[in-house]
Design a protein around this ligand. Structure first.
Ligand code: BGC
Length: 734
């Protein structure tokens, strides 16, 4: 039997019976809004026309709804939320109740939203390279949100990983614009399909937390359009988010939330974005930001004054530029509310479907774990008599990331370690429940499973010396608001691993980190597994992979550097400047060659390349056929499982030179699940923008003429097949 699945980014697959194929779901631009009836644009205009002068100011600013001193506007009836804008009952306009939600409905200053599903980090999601998993996780989050009375989710974080030390890397989807934009688009589409509005954030180039709200970013227009802006463009096309959240940083001069170029030109004019722009909390700096394209001031108490309150209202009807904008701002906000079904399908307070949420979290964690090294020790045999588990709070739970995205799962965290003196410590270290040591013991009933905190490396090594297997859990906590100063594991964990691997060669290292770390002990470890922040079912997922109940299939969405010297900025700008200062970061160093593209350009060998990940089986790629057609290239090839276990693979398609100019770019990938011996044929269609360059002069994408070299890889650095085809020079349609 032959079947064909059409997917996007352009995937055509045929497969034989017995071969399960994890294909990507297609999402056409405009799909979410197309379901909307009647016309949200017309309805929005009609509502704005009915507004009184006072009502014209109500939707344009919102506050942080929490019962403490910062909030100048305690409102009876407002749910605890990161953002709140009262509705206008006279016109039937609902309130906006907003929560952070990249990894689940967030912890709000001591008040857990309500039985939230704690998904793995977005970096773990990106490591699945799987659109269906992205969709399922975010659909579960949106249902939790509805059950908590929330109708807007501050989700869709898609800033590219330009800085491996960035404290928020765990909230984002890696370093490639196609991968990050595609997955972000699916998460947004899933949320909005549940009739909850989603954002995409933080627009744009907000790539480090150091000097977060003072930092200045410089980058050429072409480099920005080909990298970070492209990730947003793809996410917006696939997901149609109701709102775009502009970021804290300056962008080539003005603040991003006051950037006429970013908001009016790129977003609203070039991309014809129909929704509204909300500021990040504290990122609005002037009433005139409205003229630059900002539509809503968020978390207004974080700004020195409420710029979009009285000062903006005073200009309405007096200054034609502001009057026109205020009409447009209201229209855009209402349009997004209507298109996201906030009027006709309000959230109903209820009980979240914990079973569904946990199932989504488990699938994501299983598929996001990346096996980095395996000398054959994995999967673990169920014959070990003594398994020594060491470190990483593995007796308590699994690590999660701090800041506004922090989720407190059902029944609360397993452990909270404050990191500041504040009563409502938004940067506390939280461990999600589910102790890996228990999950391991449950899979190995024949073994004695011991636990040691790892606090004293020499002592831990002595205790673990004679164990049949040692599993060291190593954690790196990261948070919004802080970057890590270097890529070493903190708290002497490298010493611990070095000491233990020196006495016991059967040592497996399980990493729970926000992003890349250095591994000075790598050659001594028998196996290394990157589990990221694995969420509420993380302990089970780690045990699934350790014992082979799940065949690992995650692929790195970021490069792991061999040293900081390999990165574009070995010294993090502003790191040792402890006062807010206008530090400037020069992103033209790497330009659009973010991540693996930088390593390729410089001929550097990283510790682990982008796209890398091992399996308990092996795959072979054959029969590459390239076909150029119009503005794109179609790559068809066959994947065969040549090992002895069923497994899931993610072959990647890269262009490596265009018209004689070298340079590596991911142009697509496939997700396939194959039984031993089975093979399948896939076709990947390149997004033409990945084949093109942005011409600033012509303000269009431009395809260079000539030969295009294409490779089929198992990672950015592992080429399996090569081919070449030609394209005509042309400008892509606007
Ligand atoms: C973060 C945003 C978040 C907002 C509201 C800010 O600190 O940068 O991502 O949505 O807070 O919690």
């Amino acid at each position: 039997m032959l079947s064909t699945v059409r997917a996007n980014p352009g995937l055509t697959m045929s497969y034989r019976a017995g071969v399960f194929l994890a294909a990507c779901l297609a999402a056409q631009p405009g799909q979410a809004f197309a379901q909307t009836a009647p016309d949200p644009d017309k309805q929005a205009i009609a509502l704005v026309q009915q507004m009184t002068p006072d009502e014209r100011n109500l939707l344009l600013h919102g506050f942080f709804s929490r019962p403490n001193a910062i909030n100048k506007l305690p409102q009876i009836g407002a749910p605890f939320a990161a953002g709140y804008t009262p509705g206008i009952a006279r016109l039937g306009i609902p309130q906006l109740a907003e929560s952070d939600a990249s990894l689940g409905v967030a912890w709000i200053n001591g008040k857990r939203a309500k039985d939230a599903t704690a998904l793995p980090s977005s970096m773990a999601l990106a490591a699945t390279w799987d659109m269906r998993i992205a969709y399922a996780g975010s659909a579960a989050i949106a249902q939790d949100a509805r059950a908590s009375g929330l109708n807007v989710l501050l989700a869709g974080g898609v800033n590219l990983t330009r800085e491996p030390r960035n404290g928020r890397n765990f909230e984002y989807l890696g370093e490639d614009p196609l991968l990050a934009g595609t997955l972000a688009g699916e998460t947004i589409r899933a949320i909005q399909d549940q009739h909850v509005m989603s954002t995409v954030k933080h627009f744009a180039l907000n790539a480090q937390e150091t000097q977060q709200s003072a930092i200045g970013v410089t980058i050429s227009e072409a480099a920005a359009r080909e990298s970070d802006l492209l990730a947003f463009e793809i996410a917006i096309e696939r997901g149609n988010p109701g709102a775009v959240m502009c970021s804290y940083n300056h962008f080539n001069g003005p603040f991003a939330c006051g950037s006429d170029f970013l908001l009016n030109k790129v977003l609203k004019q070039d991309w014809r974005y129909p929704g509204f722009v909300m500021s990040d909390w504290g990122a609005n700096h002037a009433t005139s930001d409205a003229l630059a394209g900002l539509d809503r001031e968020s978390g207004e108490e974080f700004d020195p004054q409420i710029y979009f309150g009285a000062p903006l209202a005073a200009l309405d009807g007096k200054d034609p530029a502001y009057t026109t904008r205020i009409t447009d701002m209201n229209r855009r906000i209402l349009r997004s509310m209507l298109a996201s079904h906030l009027f006709d399908d309000p959230p109903k307070i209820g009980t979240p479907d914990i079973v569904r949420g946990e199932a989504a979290a488990r699938t994501e964690a299983d598929a996001g774990i990346v096996l980095l090294k395996n000398n054959g020790i994995l999967p673990l045999l169920k014959t070990a008599k003594h398994i020594a588990v060491i470190g990483g709070y593995a007796n308590i739970g699994v690590m999660s990331g701090g800041g506004s995205s922090q989720v407190a799962p059902q029944n609360g965290p397993a452990l909270i370690i404050p990191t500041t003196m504040a009563a409502d410590d938004w940067q506390a270290v939280l461990l999600h429940p589910g102790a890996p040591v228990k999950a391991i013991a449950a899979r190995a009933p024949q073994a004695r499973v011991s636990f040691d905190t790892g606090a004293y490396p020499a002592f831990s090594a002595a205790r673990a010396k004679d164990a049949d297997v040692v599993i060291i859990f190593a954690t790196q906590w990261t948070t919004e608001g802080l970057d890590v100063p270097d890529l070493n594991l903190p708290n002497a964990q490298d010493e611990l691993i070095t000491a233990v691997t020196a006495v016991n060669p059967h040592t497996i290292v399980v990493l729970e980190t926000g992003g890349p770390v250095l591994m000075p002990w790598l050659d001594k470890a028998a196996a290394v597994m990157e589990a990221w922040y694995p969420g509420i079912k993380g302990a089970e997922a780690i045990a699934d992979v350790l014992f082979g109940d799940v065949n690992p299939s995650g692929r790195l969405p970021i490069t792991f550097p061999a040293s900081l010297d390999q990165t574009p900025r070995p010294v993090l700008d502003g790191l040792f400047d402890f006062q807010p200062s206008r530090t400037t970061v020069n992103y033209d160093i790497e330009g659009s060659d973010v991540g693996y593209r930088w390593y390729d350009r410089r001929g550097l060998t990283p510790l682990f390349p982008f796209g890398f990940g091992l399996s308990y089986t092996s795959f072979r790629y054959d029969d590459l056929q390239l076909r150029s057609e119009g503005n794109t290239i179609h790559a068809t090839f066959t994947i065969t499982n040549i090992g002895s276990r069923q497994g899931r693979d993610t072959p990647q398609v890269y262009v490596t030179s265009r018209g004689g100019a070298r340079g590596q770019r991911l142009i697509g990938w496939a997700n396939v699940e194959l039984a031993p011996g089975a093979s399948t044929k896939v076709t990947v269609d390149a997004d033409p923008r990945l084949l093109a360059d942005w011409s600033t002069q012509r303000q269009r994408w431009s395809l260079p003429a000539g030969r295009y070299d294409v490779t089929i890889n198992s990672s950015a650095a592992n080429v399996a097949l090569t081919g070449s085809t030609g394209l005509e020079p042309r400008l892509l349609p606007p």
